[in-house]
Design a binder for this molecule. Structure first.
Ligand SMILES: [Zn+2]
Length: 448
């Protein structure tokens, strides 16, 4: 098994992340990761490490075995708590002498017997995805295998919550200190998997045949044929393309920019094979770009383990658009840690936005703050930001079969959890999911 990432580089990275989310990184308070009596030049923060075998134990822990502490026990008395629900302790350090989980020692320093450093590294580096073998039919790490899902905290941005607790104690340590505040943001993103319902006559004929012979539905077969003809002859009016403009309008009305991820290759059966060089489509992309929206790459099905193919698709898209592409999200959310991160960084992509689960909404990385990627194999930070993905359209309607009203509630819960930690809520809505039979889910998305 690959050892838990507890090198000096990794520990420094985790401190930097926690303090940055807490708004306390510049200048950082004195801090130590060691025994409760670790020396500090001035009063600061000490995090007592959990035992090294705690990492393997966490992977094996049965559901319900983690300690959950009420928010009231985690924040200083009288502090205006940003959230009120109980929080799980992923890594408990040996308290010794019956001390509470967080206490103030004689010199005024705050001592945590909750190992925030280990928890941050556990969630952000995705170590569990490297060491656990189970994958779904698309070779993806399944939500149900994750510790967060099994222990019931996938719907909590646990790293951010720990950072909020750290911030509260820093404010108690130094009441005059003002943390740098983050702001809640919405990241609206759209994968373009289809430009029209049928890319080829063969696909349309097959579908019409199925509807006619198997379903005995003449009206539907007629619509298949008509959709194909319209897609072919009235391509510029394709509802799949019009949806792109609507998404852009919606983002602008909310004072934000949308991100559109474009497929630029791929010949797997899961790649849809639309023509990215189509001049009408190109014109639309350029117009979106001019309006200030971001055009990113949607690397095709096999790219997650194929750096050459990834780079070729990025170059192709850049040649078509005439500008550099810096954003990417993997088609089908196919991802291998750390290979796909490295592939993206080496291709010159600055931000990947893949890491959410297809099967379940929530916080795969335990955070709603974009973060620099740490590669646990090379023990280095990569020149790449991960923008975590929180909710995808298909996760609500198809994987979990939620009603539009249930979907709206899940979206609201996610938004509230992200707002509590002033993070960025990232949503993924496909352009084909703006059309029937998605209409009522699309409304839930637009209105939540
Ligand atoms: Zn896709």
């Amino acid at each position: 098994m690959i050892a838990p990432p507890l090198t000096p580089n990794a520990i420094a990275y985790a401190w930097e992340r926690l303090l940055a989310i807490a708004g306390a990184h510049d200048p950082a308070p004195p801090h130590a990761y060691g025994p409760a009596d670790a020396p500090l030049p001035r009063p600061g923060v000490v995090i007592v490490p959990a035992a090294p075998d705690a990492w393997a134990q966490l992977l094996e822990a049965r559901p319900g075995r983690l300690t959950w502490l009420p928010a009231a026990d985690l924040f200083p008395a009288g502090y205006p708590r940003p959230f009120d629900d109980a929080v799980p302790v992923l890594f408990e350090s040996d308290a010794g002498g019956g001390k509470p989980p967080i206490w103030i020692r004689k010199d005024g320093s705050i001592v945590f017997h909750i190992d925030l450093i280990a928890a941050t590294l556990f969630m952000l580096t995705r170590w569990e995805e490297v060491v656990l073998p189970r994958r779904d039919e698309h070779d993806r790490f399944p939500a149900a295998e994750s510790v967060a899902y099994r222990q019931g905290f996938l719907d909590q941005p646990i790293v951010d919550r720990y950072a909020m607790i750290l911030r509260a104690w820093l404010q108690k340590l130094q009441p005059s200190w003002q943390p740098q505040h983050h702001q809640f943001q919405l990241r609206l993103s759209h994968d373009i998997d289809h430009l029209r319902r049928f890319e080829t006559a063969g696909l349309a004929i097959r579908q019409a045949g199925r509807d006619l012979l198997r379903e005995k539905n003449i009206a539907r077969a007629w619509r298949d044929a008509s959709d194909y003809v319209q897609g072919r002859w009235r391509f510029a009016r394709s509802p799949y393309l019009l949806a792109l403009e609507h998404f852009a309008d919606q983002a602008e009305a909310l004072n934000t920019r949308a991100v559109f991820y474009v497929l630029a290759g791929g010949d797997a059966i899961y790649d849809t094979g639309y023509d990215v060089t189509n001049p009408i489509f190109r014109h639309i992309l350029l117009r979106l770009h001019e309006r200030g929206h971001i055009i990113g790459l949607h690397p095709s099905y096999e790219t997650y383990l194929d750096p050459q193919r990834y780079l070729a698709e990025k170059t192709r898209l850049e040649n078509i658009l005439g500008f550099e592409v810096r954003h990417a999200r993997q088609h089908y959310l196919r991802f291998r840690i750390p290979n796909t991160w490295r592939t993206a960084a080496e291709a010159g992509v600055q931000e990947d936005a893949t890491l959410g689960y297809a099967q379940r909404e929530g916080f795969r990385c335990g955070t709603a703050h974009p973060f620099p990627v740490f590669d646990i194999i090379t023990d280095k930070t990569l020149p790449l930001t991960e923008m975590p993905l929180h909710v995808m359209d298909g996760t609500l309607k198809e994987y979990q079969r939620l009603t539009p009203e249930e979907s709206r509630q899940r979206l609201r819960l996610m938004a509230r959890r992200v707002a509590e930690v002033a993070g960025t809520l990232q949503l993924l809505w496909h352009n084909h999911a703006a059309l029937p039979p998605w209409t009522r889910w699309r409304e839930a998305y637009s209105q939540f």
